[in-house]
Structure formats: structure tokens, C-alpha cells
Design a protein around this ligand. Sequence first.
Ligand SMILES: [Zn+2]
Length: 131
Amino acid sequence: MRRRLEQFMLGRYGTDDFSKFLLALCLVLLVLNMFTRVQLLYLLALVLLVYCYFRMLSRNISARAAENQRYLDGTANMRRTLRGWKNRVVQSKDYHVYKCPSCGQKIRIPRGKGRICITCPKCRTEFEKRS
Ligand SMILES: [Zn+2]
């Protein structure tokens, strides 16, 4: 079975970031449809799903790769922002982030070191905070 699937997918495009985004959007539309009962959302989700399968099974790899690249280029800023938020949440367990009172520079301080004197690396202002 696995071998037959591999044989079938040979020379086909498969999944990429754009496909994953389309599938996630499809799922969101289906959930929205469950709560709102707007049939247009269901239809849109179905169209997205068909388009997604068309892309995955397509043999025109260069065209699909170009679509994916356009998607990646168009969403680069948004994905960078989301990654920044995620990093901040992950780091908030181990670090405090303070702003310098005079220049506004963000300074990352490890947690649990008690009351410490912080020297801003940008303007050399000193201030005290609990870490
Ligand atoms: Zn400063």
C-alpha cells in the first residue's frame, strides 16, 4: 500500500507551506460554518480543499513552487512578527525584558537574580530592577 502511494506521488508536487496554509484556512472556514451555518463558507472551504489537492497532485512542479514562493514573499513580514511573539512567550519563562527609562532600548535580564543594577548597553544609563 505504502509502495503504491509512493509510486503514485512520484513526480508530483506534494505539500508545501502554501498547501498547509490553505488547509488551515479550510479548517477555519469549516469551523466558522459549523457555528454560523453560512453555506458560502462551506462552499469556499470545499473549493480551497479541491485547489489544495490539485496543487499536491500537480506534475507542474515549477508553477507550484512559484506559487509557494509568492505566498512566502507576501507573508514574510507577518510570519516574522508571529515568530517574534512566539519567542517572547517562550523566553518570558526565563527572562524579564525591561525598557531603558532614558532611551527606550529593550534589555533582556535573566529571572531570579534578585534586585540588580542594569546598565543600558546603548546609552549607559543605570537603573535598578527586580529580576
Ligand atoms: Zn538606554
